[in-house]
Design a protein around this ligand. Structure first.
Ligand code: ADP
Ligand code: FDM
Ligand code: MG
Length: 207
């Protein structure tokens, strides 16, 4: 049985990740391909609920510790992801380990190398869409919410960190285009990957 592809959307706040994930899953399904959406953090698990409280500023947590929780939230879902991928289902994931590194490394006293370590060995995405938006344009979109990290200065550091995480699997999409135009480009690229040669066993991230 052909495995599914692991496709990730990354980008700064309000770049359009959640919108494009939803549209890509719908379009793949409409073409008869098995596809499911996931997102990180997954706030439904015990670990995810703690992360949710932290993001909603209902509790404080030491920065290294919360970084490890975000990573643990990915690891706890690996068996589920592997099962679906092995069954031939393509996963379209809203944020992954790249968010983990880009956000924590934007905090004082953290470097990219340390931040990557807990996620080393996760299933490596077959394709990462980076929705590239300039921060001024993102600010024109809906207002920042009340969650942690939703400030312009922090987002600027996040964007600089993303720049240092680029890999050959990354496809840059100009997030200032219309929702439909971005979706058409993403669908084209995603279909090539889903229908193309997928390495088995899957590669591991950052190894
Ligand atoms: P993210 O998940 O990256 O934070 P969302 O998909 O939630 O971004 O989009 C943030 C806001 O911007 C939403 O109000 C959404 O409707 C709008 N939006 C998304 N993509 C575009 C686009 N290409 N052009 C204009 N507005 C967009
Ligand atoms: N975030 C997300 C992290 O700090 N680390 C991570 O590993 C991940 C996956 O959580 F501010 C941050 C990024 C963002 C918040 O917001 C999640 P959304 O709206 O649920 O994507
Ligand atoms: Mg979102």
């Amino acid at each position: 049985m052909r495995r599914g592809a692991l496709i990730v959307f990354e980008g700064c706040d309000r770049a359009g990740k959640s919108t494009q994930c939803r549209k890509l899953v719908e379009a793949l399904q409409a073409k008869g391909k098995a596809a499911e959406a996931m997102r990180f953090p997954d706030r439904t698990t015990v670990i995810g609920k703690t992360i949710g409280s932290y993001l909603e500023k209902k509790m404080e947590m030491q920065d290294n510790a919360v970084h490890l929780l975000f990573s643990a939230n990915r690891w706890e879902l690996v068996p589920y992801m592997q099962k679906l991928l092995n069954q031939g289902t393509t996963l379209v994931v809203d944020r992954y380990a790249y968010s983990g590194v880009a956000f924590t490394a934007a905090k004082q006293g953290f470097d990219l190398h340390w931040c990557k370590q807990p996620d080393v060995g996760l299933p490596k995405p077959d394709l990462v869409f980076f929705l590239d938006i300039n921060l001024e344009e993102a600010e024109q979109r809906d207002d920042f919410g009340e969650e942690r990290y939703e400030s312009t200065l922090f987002q600027k550091k996040v964007k600089d960190n993303y720049d240092q995480l680029k890999e050959s699997t990354w496809e840059f999409l100009d997030a200032s285009q219309s929702i439909e135009d971005i979706h058409c480009s993403a669908l084209d690229i995603a279909e090539d990957i889903v229908d193309g040669e997928l390495c088995t066993p899957m590669e591991k991230l950052w190894i």
